[in-house]
Design a protein around this ligand. Structure first.
Ligand SMILES: *Cc1c(COP(=O)(O)O)cnc(C)c1O
Ligand SMILES: [Zn+2]
Length: 460
């Protein structure tokens, strides 16, 4: 079994509490900040003389994690629980609720690499998870905690993907789920999922940040387990893509990892994953982790510009990349730490740049959500600014599946997505990327004629 001896540490004031003390309210009583899961048995403190008695051995871990890929155990098929020694958050791993998440592909982006002048460019596609986004990796861990602690109801406020993941895992575990979503601002693909999986879905006439406010009161009044990313157990699962990436590169890490930033839990979790691997001797250095936001939802970018990341001013968020339409990110302090300790950057990109980047990934056979495409748009800017070397190995973290938001893709190709002034800034790039469907008479000649018109010479 498992020595579940973790504790929770406040990222603001550093106070530590026992795991039972958090309940369903994941804010520090003293300073209001978020907690993170800590494993005192590992004794990771720099310079600490006494090595923790439960400190896992790096060589043994690498071996057992590889062996599990050939195992027939259900838990070993999960790309999250395969690494369970690094997330000992359950009393019994038998309580883990899994849909075979994780183990997502890492695609080589050869064409894009060539056009950007970078040797090695990869996309880690977290949209290839069971419900189509990286949220599954965090939901399997946090919902398993809810189940082990005998909650009957779980809840989240969501821009869509968190609720899709929560509803699915709750259904698997036999728990009921409550979803609060902003009216009219979530993609249909996502809303359909929470209905499909039997969640009670409430559309509130407010934005994501407003939904969050309502829910934080509800969880103080009712026995409902909160599954937003303020829940630190989400991040324990969400750190496993960092382990998968390191394992893929045979425990030498890439120079640079680029992630989208919304509520900033994903970037925080990846940073935690790499930090813990380094402390345990699994890897010898950290990759730079850079965070990309949409220009209309860029509170972290502003925070760095205005206060060097010391404080944050909420903004009224507005972007078509609905998964990162967040104006008051909960995990901003954790994310600032990740950028500072890894030497990464924080930047924003325009609506036009996002749309173009998404279409370019599509031409490599890699579909993703608009929120995921900010990573490529950001990489172009980082390369132009000299922050990425030609010899660097770069990994883009693609967070969601393209079918989550088919309306966006169709709008782009039909030319109805962007406002004229947004499109004007990227007109040159867009011209070669748009592939609207054409109406053609039902004869072979008409189709061949259309081919000739669209492609010039098509039969060479
Ligand atoms: C949730 C989500 C994000 C943002 O992740 P945060 O942890 O909120 O920063 C980005 N892309 C997709 C597809 C998401 O579902
Ligand atoms: Zn505190």
């Amino acid at each position: 079994m498992n020595d579940n001896l973790h504790q929770l540490r406040c990222c603001g004031c550093g106070v530590r509490i026992r795991r039972e003390q958090a309940g369903s309210i994941f804010r520090c009583k003293d300073c209001g900040d978020l907690f993170e899961v800590e494993y005192p048995g590992w004794d990771l403190a720099a310079g600490s003389a006494s090595r923790g008695t439960d400190r896992p051995n790096a060589g043994a871990l690498r071996w057992v994690w590889r062996e599990r890929r050939a195992s027939s155990e259900l838990l070993d098929h999960s790309g999250v629980w395969r690494f369970r020694e690094l997330l000992p958050i359950l009393d019994s791993f038998g309580n883990a609720v899994t849909l075979r998440e994780g183990n997502t592909p890492l695609y080589h982006l050869t064409r894009t690499a060539r056009s950007l002048g970078i040797d090695q460019l990869f996309a880690k596609h977290q949209g290839m998870n069971p419900t189509g986004s990286f949220k599954d990796t965090g939901m399997t861990s946090a919902l398993s905690v809810a189940k082990e602690r005998s909650y009957k109801w779980v809840a989240c406020a969501s821009t869509g993907n968190t609720s899709a993941a929560m509803a699915a895992y709750a259904a698997r575990a036999g728990l009921r789920s409550l979803v609060l979503i902003p009216q009219g601002k979530i993609a249909w693909g996502k809303l359909s999922q929470s209905m499909d999986y039997g969640a009670v879905t409430c559309q509130l006439n407010t934005d994501f940040d407003g939904c969050m406010k309502v829910l934080s009161t509800i969880v103080q009044q009712a026995p409902v387990y909160l599954l937003n990313s303020v829940n630190p157990y989400r991040l324990e699962g969400q750190k496993t893509p960092a382990l998968e990436i390191a394992e893929y590169f045979d425990w030498s890490v890439p120079e640079h990892i680029i992630v989208p930033g919304g509520n900033l839990a994903n970037s925080s979790a990846l940073g935690k994953g790499f930090r813990e691997m380094k402390a345990l001797g699994l890897i010898s250095r950290l990759p730079k982790i850079s965070i990309v936001q949409a220009e209309g939802a860029n509170p972290l970018v502003r925070s760095f510009a205005q206060s060097g990341g010391k404080s944050i001013e909420p903004v009224a968020a507005n972007t078509r990349a609905t998964a990162i339409r967040i104006g008051n990110p909960a995990s901003w302090r954790k994310a600032v730490r990740v950028i500072e300790e890894t030497g990464g950057w924080c930047l924003d990109v325009t609506e036009g740049e996002i749309a173009v980047a998404k279409a370019e990934l599509g031409l490599e056979g890699i579909g993703c959500e608009p929120a995921s495409a900010v990573t490529l748009a950001g990489l172009k800017k980082l390369k132009a600014a000299g922050h990425v070397e030609a010899s660097d190995t770069v990994v883009l973290l693609l967070t969601g599946h393209t079918l989550k938001d088919a309306d966006y893709t169709i709008g782009f190709h039909r030319g109805t997505l962007l406002e004229p002034e947004e499109a004007a800034q990227v007109a040159g790039e867009m011209a070669g990327l748009r592939r609207d469907a054409v109406e053609v008479e039902a004869t072979p000649d008409a189709v061949l004629n259309a081919l000739g018109e669209i492609e010039g010479r098509w039969d060479s």
